[in-house]
Ligand binder design. Structure first.
Ligand SMILES: [Zn+2]
Length: 217
């Protein structure tokens, strides 16, 4: 997000002062979530706490001066801009990924469950064919194949059940991560499992103390 400051009407914050340039300075976010003030080659310079700057991290208690006499109240300026559209746009990827991973977990596990439940059933069949080849066969072989015939489905059901128990855990981990990432870029409120496109139509954060603008239109 960028907040442009200057005399020209296309700025986010329009300053009516003779000593402020048309495009005087801009505020942008740094990686830590703080603000960086940057002078845009203004005629009369940008100052933070009395020192001329080109680019400097700023906080709301800093004295920001544009040109010879205009003092910018940072807190007021941010409230005025309240534009979080860039950050909000980035949430589309977060939502799309969440849905994709959720479907993947379910599909992947369903395949494994079916495989685990059906594979052991195939073994008694093979044993049976082997016994058939050996003619009448020995009673021992017959007993072994019978034992396998009884145990194999049980093993399959057990393995399948164990695999299906993994689904809620994996989904829980995915949801926990989603809850920390799919949040209002300003106030951090979890946005729920609401599709990004639906949120976009709301245009603003519904939290009354936030009201962050999510779209530019
Ligand atoms: Zn908010």
């Amino acid at each position: 997000m960028r907040i442009k400051i200057g005399k020209a009407p296309d700025n986010d914050i329009v300053v009516d002062d003779a000593h402020v340039s048309r495009h005087h300075a801009q505020l942008s976010r740094n990686e830590e979530g703080g603000w960086v003030l940057e002078d845009l080659d203004s005629t009369n310079g940008t100052f933070v706490n009395g020192d001329q700057i080109v680019r400097k991290p700023v906080v709301t208690t800093d004295d920001i001066q544009l040109g010879d006499r205009y003092h910018l109240n940072l807190a007021e300026a941010l409230r005025q801009a309240n534009d979080y559209s860039d950050e909000f746009d980035a949430l589309k990827g977060v939502y799309d990924n969440y849905i994709k991973e959720k479907v993947q977990i379910q599909a992947n596990n369903q395949f494994k469950i079916r495989l685990l439940q059906s594979l052991p059933f195939a073994i008694p069949g093979v044993i049976g064919i082997l016994i058939g080849f050996m003619g009448k066969g020995s009673p021992t072989l017959f007993a072994v194949s019978l034992l396998i015939a009884i145990c194999a489905p049980t093993v399959g059901v057990f393995l399948g059940a164990r695999q299906s128990a993994k689904i809620p855990q994996q989904l829980q981990e995915l949801t926990n991560r989603f809850k920390t990432e799919y949040v209002c870029p300003k106030c951090g409120t979890f946005l729920g499992e609401i599709p990004w496109e639906s949120l976009r139509k709301r245009k603003r954060c519904p939290v009354s103390s936030c009201q962050a603008r999510w779209t530019r239109d």
